[in-house]
Design a protein around this ligand. Structure first.
Ligand code: AFP
Length: 322
């Protein structure tokens, strides 16, 4: 099996980007270890703090965030970072060529049940003419990403990454300490009979999504003429990983549960990186109004509607909005 750096060189990834990716992966190896020891080290609880999104931070969220941030800022490769757990961007090397946005521990409600969690990251080029402490540097559309990926801390620690030449799967080989390429150019099947959505929100959705899911539930007795299975991991890393592995549709639609917060998922460190991975694997990733990677971000913590996965199924869903 091929090691990571030669695989990236084969895809003509610039050397400084390879170095940045290796830095990110060094952080994920440490997070993977800390996650595996969290029960033993008394790191299972919540802090008394909330992040800027008003969510209570788990102890592991904070540990993973500090680790990731410190390693990146010390590396010299990044001009600034932004994180789910930071109020605003944090300046790094003014000459750094890249910006990294990340969710250090996605799916943190799964921590206490020893279920799937992961780290999501997205890399943009750093504008040369802006100051390192200017958060506006991050206002770049997803199609400008030069790399995106996630590391899933599951039974195997897996890296799923794209630099724009397909989406590839790697597994952390603990015997030599590096990530090895296990599947090149993953392809999301065009059709599926599996969907992922938090059904408990159904009464808060807009009519088109309600109608679409109602028709999936009718199975072979309804207009779709086939039965659908449902899965929900409550961690986007887990649900997207299933979609990339065997197809499916994943959505976190708009809802009116809290009129001040119609969307749940964050554009910069959830929706954009996942969209890059899904599109590079032949899938689609959109809101009900258009391509996610074309959205011009207004702020670092902006939220967005997400509908992604198997091409024909996402198109079938969008047809309900026409
Ligand atoms: P946390 O990381 O704050 O737990 O949120 C995870 C997440 O943003 C995303 O990974 C899941 O798909 C989604 O929230 C789960 O949402 P529900 O709480 O509605 O299941």
């Amino acid at each position: 099996m091929q090691r990571l750096a030669p695989a990236l060189r084969e895809d003509n990834v610039p050397l400084d980007l390879i170095s940045l990716i290796k830095t990110i992966l060094a952080a994920t190896k440490e997070i993977s270890f800390r996650v595996s020891q969290a029960h033993l080290g008394g790191l299972m609880g919540s802090t008394l703090d909330e992040n800027i999104q008003g969510e209570v931070q788990k102890e592991l969220d904070v540990v993973a965030n500090e680790l990731f941030k410190d390693i990146l800022l010390e590396s010299g490769f990044v001009k600034a970072v932004s994180s789910e757990e930071e109020d605003t961007s944090v300046a790094g090397n003014p000459k750094g060529k890249y910006l990294v946005s990340f969710d250090p521990l996605d799916g943190s409600s799964n921590i206490e049940i020893n279920s799937l969690i992961g780290t999501i990251f997205s890399i943009h080029p750093a504008p040369e003419n802006m100051d390192a402490d200017d958060p506006d540097m991050f206002k770049q559309a997803g199609h400008k990403q030069v790399c995106a990926g996630y590391v899933l801390y599951g039974p195997a620690t897996m890296l799923v990454m794209t630099t724009g030449s397909g989406t590839h799967f790697y597994v952390l080989d603990r015997t030599h300490g590096g990530y090895l390429l296990v599947e090149r150019n993953v392809q999301v099947p065009e059709e599926t009979q599996e969907f992922a959505v938090n059904m408990s929100n159904q009464r808060f959705w807009q009519a088109p999504m309600k109608n679409y899911i109602d028709d999936l539930l009718l199975g072979d007795t309804g207009p779709r003429g086939k039965n659908f299975n449902m899965r929900w991991i409550a961690a986007m890393v887990g649900d997207v990983h299933r979609v990339l592995t065997r197809g499916g549709i994943f959505t976190y639609p708009a809802d009116n549960k809290d009129p001040k917060k119609p969307y749940k998922l964050r554009l910069m460190y959830e929706a954009n990186p996942m969209s890059f991975l899904v599109e590079q694997a032949g899938g689609i990733s959109v809101t009900s109004e258009g391509r996610i990677m074309d959205i011009e971000p207004g702020s670092i913590h902006q939220r967005v509607e997400v509908i992604l996965g198997s091409k024909k199924e996402v198109e079938a869903c969008l047809a309900y909005y026409k």
